[in-house]
Design a protein around this ligand. Structure first.
Ligand SMILES: CC(C)(COP(=O)(O)OP(=O)(O)OC[C@H]1O[C@@H](n2cnc3c(N)ncnc32)[C@H](O)[C@@H]1OP(=O)(O)O)[C@@H](O)C(=O)NCCC(=O)NCCS
Length: 400
């Protein structure tokens, strides 16, 4: 019988700890899940660019104001084999620790699969995001589909996902699947399985990366001035007060204009307070960032690009997670200018940085063109898959 156990949420990061928690030893479940998840991604893409560290995974499980993560592991256990007295989480799952010593009984069982469910709390509150990783022995060989045993485990994961969705009143359950830059997306094992279970693709993105060579990307100052705009560079410490209105305006534009296919999103207006909250949450969560902001002579927002990195991430890799140009300034090459300004500043401030990755909707012709024109290379493609769940109002899991 497949039994799903919750791996306890580690304590929240606090601003007082600077986002740090001292030395906390992750349990075997976290180490093994990081390993199989990295392995599956490396096999699919042929690159370790998107691999994460165990510490990064542990950090990602800490609750924040914006989201919670539910990490579950599947074990094959005979009836009655679960030790008595395990603590239960609010959804009714028996719980094992995420840090410290492994319970001895747990070490006797190999996990079959790992399920991570991300639950947004402030926006998009009818959605959740999930990721499933099978233990390495169930991964299909290149070009093959899942075995019946692997499908049995995945069906069990879909069942448990439905239960969590019902308990949390979530109806739109999304999953990202990543394949190599040139693979046909639909033919990969997980998309084929999901399609056979009634899920469908709602969005596609391409991932790029660029080698950061110091100084190589800096746009020339005269280039910026000639365009009648000025450049403001700032870090996770926060946007300068005078530029907050410009930042709010560009953040609103990004929320409305970044293509997201048929993913259901609920844009909500950016205010200076919301910006300051987001900056505080990011700092408390251990993120550092570089932002390049262009403003015009009247102080209005022209363009913005940000690069971020988590304290527990590999120091040589960061992510350029947003670039936007104000609608009335498009068509003048400013997306490339602001993107290069952020890359140059990240290279200057973070000497260990070697590569920066980014992800963009396949239909976003201008952004794909910019990425290629500044020397980024396509490394993989990701598709978002929607599983629709009926809205249940009982809110009870009724687990045994
Ligand atoms: C993407 C975005 C930043 C580009 O703004 P921009 O810098 O003003 O873009 P430009 O119009 O100068 O176009 C950039 C390049 O794409 C090309 N391009 C633009 N639209 C194109 C299209 N439909 N098909 C092909 N090429 C296109 C341009 O010719 C230009 O190439 P070139 O420099 O070789 O001539 C802007 O459209 C935007 O803010 N969109 C919303 C936010 C977003 O989607 N961000 C990306 C996700 S993070």
């Amino acid at each position: 019988m497949i039994t799903w156990l919750r791996v306890a949420e580690p304590a929240a990061s606090s601003p007082a700890s600077g986002g740090g928690r001292g030395v906390e030893q992750p349990t075997t479940a976290l180490i093994n899940r990081t390993f199989v998840s990295n392995l599956a991604l490396a096999e699919a893409t042929g690159s370790d660019m998107q691999a994460i560290t165990v510490d990064r995974f542990l950090e990602s499980l800490r609750p924040t104001q914006e989201q919670r993560r539910i990490f579950l592991i599947a074990l094959e256990l005979p009836e009655g084999a679960l030790p008595e007295g395990l603590p239960r989480d609010p959804c009714g799952f028996s719980t094992v620790p995420s840090t410290g010593d492994d319970p001895v009984w747990l070490l006797e069982h190999e996990a079959l699969a790992y399920l991570v469910i991300s639950v947004p709390l402030l926006q998009d509150t009818s959605s959740l995001w999930w990721q499933v990783d099978l233990d390495a022995e169930f991964l299909p060989l290149p070009g093959e589909r899942y075995s019946p045993e692997a499908e049995r485990i995945l069906d069990s994961a879909l069942g448990v996902l439905d239960e969590v969705a019902a308990a949390l009143h979530r109806t739109h359950l999304y999953l990202w699947n990543t394949v190599g830059a040139h693979c046909p997306v639909e033919e990969a094992p997980l998309p084929a399985f999901l399609a056979s279970r009634g899920c469908h693709a709602v969005h596609r993105e391409a991932q790029y990366s660029i080698e950061v060579e110091r100084g190589n990307h800096a746009p020339e100052a005269p280039d910026i001035e000639a365009k009648g705009v000025s450049l403001i560079l700032y870090t996770e410490d926060g946007c300068p007060e005078h530029a907050l209105p410009a930042l709010c305006q560009l953040s609103d534009t990004a929320e409305w204009d970044i293509p997201a296919g048929d993913i259901q999103l609920e844009p909500s207006p950016w205010t200076p307070e919301r910006i300051r909250d987001a900056e505080r949450i990011a700092r408390a969560g251990g993120h550092r960032s570089i932002s390049a902001l262009l403003i015009d002579e009247d102080g209005a927002g022209v363009a913005l690009s940000t690069i971020a990195q988590h304290r527990s991430a590999r120091p040589e890799i960061a992510e350029q997670n947003m670039t936007v140009v104000a609608r009335n300034y498009r068509g003048r090459g400013l997306g490339a200018v602001v993107k290069k300004a952020a890359l140059a500043e990240a290279a200057r401030r973070w000497p260990r940085l070697r590569r920066v990755g980014t992800s963009v909707a396949v239909e976003n012709a201008a952004m794909n063109r910019i990425n290629e024109s500044i020397g980024m290379q396509k490394i993989s493609q990701a598709s978002a898959w929607l599983k629709q769940a009926p809205l249940r109002t009982d809110g009870e899991l009724g687990r045994a």
